[in-house]
Design a protein around this ligand. Structure first.
Ligand SMILES: [Fe+2]
Ligand SMILES: [Fe+2]
Length: 208
C-alpha cells in the first residue's frame, strides 16, 4: 500500500453519477478536483524524487475528466449562459477570456502529458527542470482560471439558468459520460439548483 497521503488523491476519484442531476454542483465538484490536481502538479514540480504513481493519476485526470469538463463548458454551459445573460451581466469578455485559456491550456496540457509519459516510460528518478517549470506554470494558470469561473460564471449560472435549462444541461453532461439519468434523480435537482433570478426564460434550450 502506498504511503502517499490519502486525503488529497481521494478527491481525484470519480464523482458520483447522481450528482449530474445537479449539473452546477457537478461542475463545482469538478473544480474542487482540479484544485487537487494543481496541488499534485506542484508536488511533482517540487519534490526531488519523481513519484510515478502521482504522475499516472495526474495524466489520467488531464486526459479524461478534465478534458470532458472543458467540453461541458465550451459546448454546453457557456453557450447556454450566453443565451440567458442580460447586457448588464457583461459576461462576454469573461467567457471570451476563459475560452482563450481553454485553448492555451489544451496545448500546455499536451506538453505536460508528453513529458510525464516520457518520464514514466524511461523510469526516470527525477524530472528535468523545464518540465518542472511547466508543471508549476500550468498549476498557476489553472488556479487563476478556476478562480474566475467560480467567482463570476458559476454564481451567474445559478442566477440565470432555469430549472429546464439545468435539466437539459445535466442530461447532456450525463450523455457525454454515457450515463442516463433516472427521472427520480432529475426531479430534486430542479429545485436545488434553481437560481433566484427571473423565471421568464421559457422552455428551452439546447440546439446542436
Ligand atoms: Fe471549469
Ligand atoms: Fe474552464
Amino acid at each position: 500500500m502506498s504511503t502517499l497521503a490519502a486525503v488529497p488523491e481521494a478527491y481525484l476519484a470519480a464523482l458520483p453519477a447522481h450528482l449530474l442531476a445537479s449539473p452546477l454542483d457537478f461542475i463545482l465538484a469538478d473544480h474542487l478536483r482540479q484544485r487537487v490536481l494543481c496541488s499534485l502538479l506542484d508536488r511533482l514540480a517540487t519534490r526531488p524524487r519523481f513519484e510515478a504513481g502521482i504522475a499516472r493519476e495526474v495524466l489520467a485526470h488531464i486526459e479524461t475528466d478534465m478534458a470532458i469538463h472543458v467540453i461541458d463548458e465550451e459546448q454546453d454551459l457557456f453557450p447556454l449562459l450566453r443565451r440567458r445573460a442580460v447586457p448588464g451581466d457583461q459576461l462576454e469578455p469573461v467567457l471570451g477570456q476563459l475560452s482563450t485559456e481553454h485553448a492555451e491550456d489544451s496545448a500546455h496540457a499536451g506538453l505536460i502529458v508528453a513529458g510525464l509519459q516520457a518520464a514514466l516510460d524511461s523510469r526516470q528518478d527525477a524530472l528535468d527542470a523545464p518540465l518542472r517549470a511547466g508543471l508549476s506554470r500550468f498549476a498557476a494558470s489553472q488556479r487563476r482560471h478556476l478562480a474566475l469561473e467560480n467567482a463570476v460564471v458559476m454564481p451567474l449560472a445559478r442566477q440565470r439558468l432555469s430549472s429546464t435549462d439545468l435539466t437539459a444541461l445535466g442530461g447532456r453532461m450525463a450523455a457525454r459520460r454515457g450515463i442516463l439519468l433516472a427521472p427520480e434523480e432529475v426531479g430534486p435537482a430542479r429545485q436545488f439548483s434553481r437560481g433566484g433570478g427571473s423565471d421568464a426564460h421559457g422552455d428551452t434550450v439546447f440546439r446542436e
